[in-house]
Design a protein around this ligand. Structure first.
Ligand SMILES: *Cc1c(COP(=O)(O)O)cnc(C)c1O
Length: 384
């Protein structure tokens, strides 16, 4: 199909293959190298051996939908009815794809912030919709957007705004003032927001703002599909258990598409994720603190190696500017990095339509065990 032709092999496949071939420390793809909570793992094993292996209900098992509702009320003060306002999906990826496919007519426009998660552009293309990127650029150490560019991205054809906060790959956490501007434009143009909040629990203590779900802003809950997933919060990216919450009519529209993409998913993992979502607050605090230490370790190592480091406020990614090391193109830089020092990173330019904006930025993940990060830092010293 013509509109899928621009989407070749993902950069993650290329860089992970390069890491394997060169024996490099792979700080490219963002998946943890440790397992999630023990109680969750045991619950999954029990479910597999006690008959939870056939098609679950279309919207997900009631126990999980209840746990998702309770989790959102507890952490964000958001009330959703588990029977009509929550749908379990095959990861956040399917929730986002099904939302776009369900809501966009051919030619409808989707406002999104670049750099963006790589599945967004493909899902928008599959729907025959058009992406309207708004560029995030580093300014005084923090990624910001130009409010005028955001305003100009809205038109009569705007159907959706796709917002990822905390944001991958920049680590930006959108502030209340930024969210208010987005919310005002959604209301003014009658647009629906799809929010990707898979990093909702990964915001660090020095962030300019805590995480604020867009749906908590006045007038937004009734026009927002809020997406999250177990993958990042419970270190189980391979499980692909996600969910979408929103007004009944919007969630029903997403279900109409989801039922023909995967129908249902992950029967024995659903009760396990329900267990995980009931983790005590200390679980989330520990997860965050552990990752903040890892962030600081890698930021220090990258700075020492000569990069201009943008300290992330959230997520488990760091972006760094290669200019001080004489780099002018992140793609070239990342392809040569394994030979130069045995470390793999991802060129951020692949996440931009405006390539120039991401030309010199590369992304490292720090969701790895401490010894792995220490070894990466040791190797990166070879650059200086
Ligand atoms: C990892 C990630 C996803 C995918 O989540 P799954 O639950 O694995 O589908 C979606 N959005 C962002 C920003 C991510 O980083």
């Amino acid at each position: 199909m013509e509109r899928m032709r621009p989407f070749g092999t993902t950069i993650f496949a290329e860089m992970s293959e390069l890491a394997t071939r060169t024996g490099s420390v792979n700080l490219g793809q963002g998946f943890p190298d440790t397992d999630g909570p023990e109680t969750m793992l045991r619950a999954a094993a029990t479910a597999v051996t006690s008959g939870h292996n056939q098609y679950p209900p279309a919207r997900g098992i009631p126990e999980l939908r209840q746990a998702i509702a309770d989790h959102q009320r507890h952490h964000w003060g958001l009330e959703y009815d588990p029977d009509s306002e929550i749908l379990v999906t095959a990861g956040a990826t399917e929730a986002i794809a099904a939302s776009i496919l369900a809501l966009c007519e051919t030619g409808d426009e989707v406002v999104c912030f670049e750099p963006y998660y790589d599945s967004y552009a493909a899902s928008i293309a599959l729907a025959g919709a058009v992406r309207r990127p708004v560029t995030l650029r580093p300014e005084h150490g923090r990624y910001v957007f130009d409010p005028d560019q955001l305003r100009a991205a809205f038109t009569k054809r705007t159907r959706l705004v796709l917002l990822n906060s905390p944001h991958n790959p920049t680590g930006k956490v959108f502030t209340r003032a930024e969210l208010e501007l987005i919310a005002d434009l959604c209301v003014e143009y009658g647009a629906i927001a799809v929010t990707d909040e898979v990093y909702e629990h990964l915001v660090y203590s020095d962030a300019a703002s805590p995480h604020l779900p867009l749906a908590t802003l006045p007038g937004m809950k009734e026009r927002t599909l809020r997406v999250s997933s177990a993958g990042k919060t419970f270190s189980c990216t391979g499980w692909k258990v996600g969910w979408v919450s929103g007004p009944p009519e919007l969630v029903s529209a997403v279900l109409r598409v989801k039922q023909f993409l995967t129908f249902v998913n992950a029967a024995p993992l659903q009760p396990a994720v329900a267990t995980a979502l009931r983790s005590p607050d200390s679980y989330y605090v520990d997860l965050r603190n552990d990752l903040q230490q890892k962030r600081d370790l890698l930021c220090a190592g990258l700075t020492e190696a000569g990069f201009d480091v943008l300290v992330p406020e959230g997520t488990y990614f760091i972006t760094a500017d290669i200019s001080p090391l004489g780099g002018t193109d992140g793609m070239e830089f990342c392809r040569s990095l394994p030979d130069r020092c045995g470390v793999v990173a991802i060129p951020a330019q692949v996440f931009y339509d405006t390539r120039e904006a991401g030309q010199r930025l590369i992304r490292f993940t720090f969701c790895k065990q401490r010894p792995v990060l220490l070894e990466a830092v040791r190797r990166l010293r070879a650059l200086t």
